[in-house]
Design a protein. Structure first.
Length: 183
C-alpha cells in the first residue's frame, strides 16, 4: 500500500507570512526604482490585510522626510483613524533610519519587519537600535530582520551601481568635451 501524503497544503501560499508581505513592499520599492528614487518600499498590515503602502518619494515630492516608512505610517494612520498603530506590522525593504525609527516608536506598531540591514545608518539594530532601546522610549517594537534580504539588497545595489555608472559617464563626457575644446 502506497502512503501518499497530501501535498496540497505545501502548494498554497501563506498570505499571512512575512515573505508574502515583504514581496508587496518590494513591489513598492520597484516603483521607487522606476521613478529614480532610492528603492525602498513599505507596507503596513493589520489583521492580515494591507492598510497602507508607500515607496520613497524624496526627489519626487522634494521632501527629505518622504521616506517609504514615513509615508506608509501616515497612510496607515488615516486608514485606522488614529495615530496609534497598535496591532499593526510595518514591512520595509531596508532597515529604518533614525528619523523613521523615531516616527515608528511614536506610532506604536507591534512589529517592524525589514529586509536588508543598514550598518552605517540603520536604527533598528544596524548602527543603533531605537525600536528596542533600553531604557525604552515610549514604545518598543518587536523586530524581525533579514526577510528576503538578498532581493532587497540586490535592488539597492543595482540602483546605486547604475547611479555611479551614470555619474562616471557624465564626468567622462565632460573630460572628453574639454579635451576636444583644447585641441
Amino acid at each position: 500500500m502506497n502512503d501518499v501524503s497530501d501535498t496540497s497544503n505545501d502548494l498554497m501560499m501563506d498570505f499571512q507570512s512575512d515573505d508574502y508581505f515583504m514581496q508587496m513592499a518590494l513591489r513598492e520599492a520597484r516603483k521607487a526604482y522606476e521613478a529614480k528614487e532610492v528603492p525602498v518600499g513599505a507596507v503596513v498590515v493589520r489583521d492580515g490585510s494591507v492598510i497602507a503602502r508607500a515607496w520613497n518619494q524624496v526627489e519626487t515630492l522634494r521632501d527629505a522626510t518622504a521616506h517609504a516608512e514615513m509615508l506608509s505610517l501616515t497612510s496607515a494612520q488615516d486608514a485606522v483613524g488614529d495615530w496609534r498603530l497598535e496591532g499593526c506590522t510595518l514591512y520595509v525593504t531596508k532597515e529604518p533610519c533614525p528619523m523613521c525609527a523615531g516616527a515608528i516608536v511614536h506610532c506604536r506598531p507591534d512589529r517592524v519587519v525589514f529586509g536588508c540591514p543598514d550598518e552605517k545608518a540603520g536604527a533598528a539594530g544596524g548602527w543603533i537600535n531605537l525600536l528596542e532601546s533600553n531604557p525604552p522610549l515610549n514604545h518598543r517594537c518587536e523586530i524581525s530582520s533579514g526577510v528576503l534580504q538578498d532581493e532587497c539588497l540586490a535592488l539597492l545595489q543595482s540602483f546605486f551601481r547604475e547611479a555611479r555608472d551614470k555619474k562616471k559617464a557624465e564626468r567622462d563626457l565632460i573630460r572628453k568635451q574639454a579635451a576636444e575644446g583644447e585641441a
